[in-house]
Design a protein around this ligand. Structure first.
Ligand SMILES: Cc1ncc(COP(=O)(O)O)c(C=O)c1O
Length: 423
């Protein structure tokens, strides 16, 4: 594990790092006076519960209308990683947001929550809805007609656009997603098939967000979902932690100082991993160890963490931001998330794209789990950090089930070739 100076040198050269956060303080202190509070997270949870009857009606694949993913043990994958990389691997669980219904990624809870908050606020203000009512009435024509007078815009590398776009278009909002050049063609096609307008920017993700924000500000009745600054997104992401607590209880997995839990979270702008880390630290305090993972070519949060300031971009250091982990292809971190997390999280790791492909291949081969390269980043911590005594680890698989089969097959082939080539 590197110290701060060495980590910075390696980040600049796009070499992998594992940096234990030297600025971390006890979570009870780091959680004081934050921009988002636990009551915001509980509000988000209650809002998602209120909308469950509507979601169950419009997205029957969710069953009860709660958009949640399974968690599962992964002993075969743990053995493959242990043997293949010559490391000790603790009890391993996969949190499979890759299989999250409706939107297929970790961005769903936050993105969908913000759209539901918007719809609820507008409908209540108009006198069309009371929060005690059964929200399945939102599927009625009159609500769609009402929402169609408003537009929604968002900038996205792909998965936030899918989450916001699907829910916003379903409710009837006129929806535009601004995408960066890294965004995958299939994600754009999927959105267009749902009636969403996709604007492609010949720039990176941060620039797409800025241009989208400016375009929205110049329109009347346009609401911008701001991936870099939104507390509604953040509190929606954090709801995952409350639900994970219940899932761990049902697995009889204890988390305390003798049974630490390490959680590996792929990081782009920081909102989704930051929200989850925030929620988990509220529940488990310092017994949960949250590590973010980024690609070596888009290490924006790593730079911000190691330098101790959020106003950084990878281009300032001549780093190209190009990675196959499209969800993590972000040049600048969220200022808001950095402020909430820089003294809270346990560390940050960067990983090369080749390792992502290998781990994606192993997940499919040994555990039958389909995940995208961004999600495979969650497994890299296992190849890097030695387990703590009594540790259980969660690799947060952040997306993947929506990957088209032909794209997925060619990724697996590449990963398999890399894996065999090195062994
Ligand atoms: C699959 C996947 N994993 C992780 C992330 C990281 O989330 P955030 O950008 O909020 O850090 C994203 C972001 O879009 C994603 O699509």
């Amino acid at each position: 594990m590197e110290n701060r100076e060495r980590a910075l040198e390696r980040i600049k050269k796009c070499e992998p790092i594992a940096w234990a956060n030297e600025d971390k303080i006890p979570s009870s202190l780091a959680l004081r006076g934050t921009a988002v509070s636990i009551s915001d997270v509980l509000d988000a949870q209650a809002r998602l519960d209120r909308f469950a009857p509507y979601i169950a009606l419009r997205f029957p694949e969710t069953g009860d209308g709660i958009i949640e993913s399974p968690i599962s043990e992964a002993p075969e994958l743990a053995s493959a990683i242990s043997e293949g990389y010559g490391v000790e691997v603790p009890r391993l669980l996969l949190k499979r947001d890759s299989d999250l219904p409706v939107a297929g990624s970790i961005k769903a809870r936050g993105g969908i929550h913000e759209i539901l908050a918007l719809a609820e606020g507008l409908a209540v203000k108009e006198g069309l809805l009371r929060i005690e009512q059964d929200y399945s009435i939102l599927a009625r024509r009159e609500f769609r007609d009402f929402f169609s007078k408003y537009s929604v815009a968002v900038g996205s590398t792909g998965n936030l656009g899918i989450s916001v776009g699907i829910m916003s278009a379903e409710l009837g909002f006129d929806t535009t997603v601004h995408m960066s050049q890294d965004a995958k063609e299939w994600k754009k096609s999927l959105l267009r098939s749902k009636g969403v307008t996709v604007i492609e920017h010949e720039s990176d993700y941060s620039e797409a967000v800025h241009q989208g924000r400016d375009m929205c500000e110049s329109r009347e009745n346009c609401y911008f979902v701001d991936d870099e600054r939104s507390s509604l997104l953040f509190s929606g992401y954090a709801v995952a932690a409350l639900r994970l607590r219940d899932q761990l209880k049902s697995l009889s997995l204890e988390v305390d100082s003798d049974h630490p839990l390490r959680v590996y979270l792929p990081c782009g702008v920081g909102g989704a991993p930051g929200g989850i880390a925030f929620g988990l630290k509220q529940i488990y305090g310092d017994s949960v160890h949250c590590w973010f993972v980024e690609p070596t070519h888009a290490p924006c949060m790593s730079l911000a963490m190691v330098l101790g300031r959020p106003d950084v971009s990878v281009s300032q250091f001549g780093i190209d931001g190009v990675t196959e982990a499209d969800g993590l292809a972000v040049g600048a971190p969220s200022d808001m998330v950095w402020s909430m997390c820089h003294r809270l999280i346990d560390g940050i790791i960067t990983v090369e794209d080749d390792s992502l492909y290998e781990l994606q291949y192993l997940m499919d081969r040994d555990q039958g789990v389909k995940a995208e390269p961004s999600a495979a980043a969650a497994l890299c911590g296992l190849t890097t950090l030695e387990p703590l005594p009594g540790e259980a680890a969660i690799a947060w698989l952040t997306g993947g089930s929506f990957l088209p089969e032909d794209t997925y097959k060619s990724m697996l082939k590449h990963g398999g070739d890399l894996w065999r080539g090195k062994r």
